[in-house]
Design a protein around this ligand. Structure first.
Ligand code: NFA
Length: 101
């Protein structure tokens, strides 16, 4: 009876590169109402009332605050949508993005 020769499959998995992450940054201004900033943070970034309030106050007192980190596309889309929500109300509310170190 012929022998069955088993050849191990040694296909190596290519290393998966993790995508670079981008910070979404809330920038303070003198005009956008605090409560509106909180509302946008909750709606666009799914922050709780508490988290949203803390982020808003941090930007208010320090000038800027990191809201969250995402892949580049998601960060840019969310920053644009959140900035546009302010624009629609006539506020200069600004969200920017910046790559993580
Ligand atoms: N500085 C704004 C105010 O006093 C509130 C604000 C906080 C705006 C964070 C933008 C970002 N009404």
């Amino acid at each position: 009876m012929p022998e069955t020769v088993l050849i191990p499959r040694t296909k190596t998995q290519p290393k998966t590169e993790r995508p670079k992450l981008y910070k979404v940054i809330l920038v303070n201004d003198d005009f956008t109402p605090r409560e509106f900033v909180v509302t946008v943070l909750k709606a666009e970034f799914k922050l709780s009332e508490d988290q949203a309030h803390r982020v808003m106050i941090t930007a208010h007192t320090r000038g800027v605050c990191v809201v969250a980190v995402f892949t580049r596309d998601v960060a840019e889309t969310k920053a644009t949508r959140a900035t546009d929500a302010g624009k629609a109300k006539g506020y200069p509310l600004l969200f920017t993005t910046e790559p993580e170190e």
